[in-house]
Write a protein that binds this ligand. Structure first.
Ligand code: HEC
Length: 157
């Protein structure tokens, strides 16, 4: 039995409502758990200082950004906030002093500590066994020949 026009519209409307609910839940429900924690006020200010001072032209976070200086994703863990403050105040090697106010340096430190808390970059190398399971260990020998894979993310100029 063919459905009348009214019934078809009702079925289509119901289907759209289901899709709407599903899309809403996908965006606001389960995804919330996986979302990174929000920046607090100090870290937000630090993010603005980071952007306004062009740090990203020379430094990467999570591998994205400039590569004149080192990737700073985990610099808080590696160096600590006092070292970072000193590097910004007095300059370090090829990085001249950045001329930031002490509050701005504290804010950048809060931002970098937040970034550090999100992830480790580069990822520790993982190996894959013959069943497709990942585990940390010795990476496989590189195949003979010219294709040796992507360049190391830890190498800096
Ligand atoms: C003109 C390029 C340039 C800019 C812009 C720049 N840096 Fe740097 N930075 C460098 C270089 C190069 C180094 C490495 C210094 C060395 O060891 O010779 C460095 C080192 C650092 C270090 C020490 C990292 C370590 O592991 O020792 C920190 C922290 C840092 N920069 C933070 C910042 C922040 C924050 C900004 C923005 C306010 C910034 N830099 C802007 C080039 C730059």
């Amino acid at each position: 039995m063919a459905l009348g026009v009214g019934a078809r519209i009702a079925v289509l409307g119901l289907a759209q409502a289901f899709i709407g609910v599903w899309v809403y839940l996908a965006a606001h429900g389960s995804a919330d758990a996986a979302r990174a924690p929000a920046l607090d006020a100090a870290a937000r200010r630090g993010q603005a200082v980071w952007r306004e001072n062009g740090c990203a032209s020379c430094h990467a976070l999570f591998g994205l950004g400039g590569h004149m200086g080192p990737d700073l994703t985990n610099v808080t863990r590696r160096r600590g906030p006092d070292y970072i403050a000193a590097a910004l105040t007095h300059g370090l090697g090829r990085m001249p002093p950045r001329g930031l106010a002490p509050e701005d340096i504290n804010a950048v430190n809060a931002y970098l500590a937040h970034i550090d808390s999100l992830a480790t970059y580069p990822l520790p190398s993982l190996t894959q066994d013959s069943f497709g399971q990942f585990g940390a260990g010795q990476p496989p020998e590189p195949a003979a020949g010219p294709a040796a894979g992507p360049p190391s993310a830890t190498a800096h100029p």
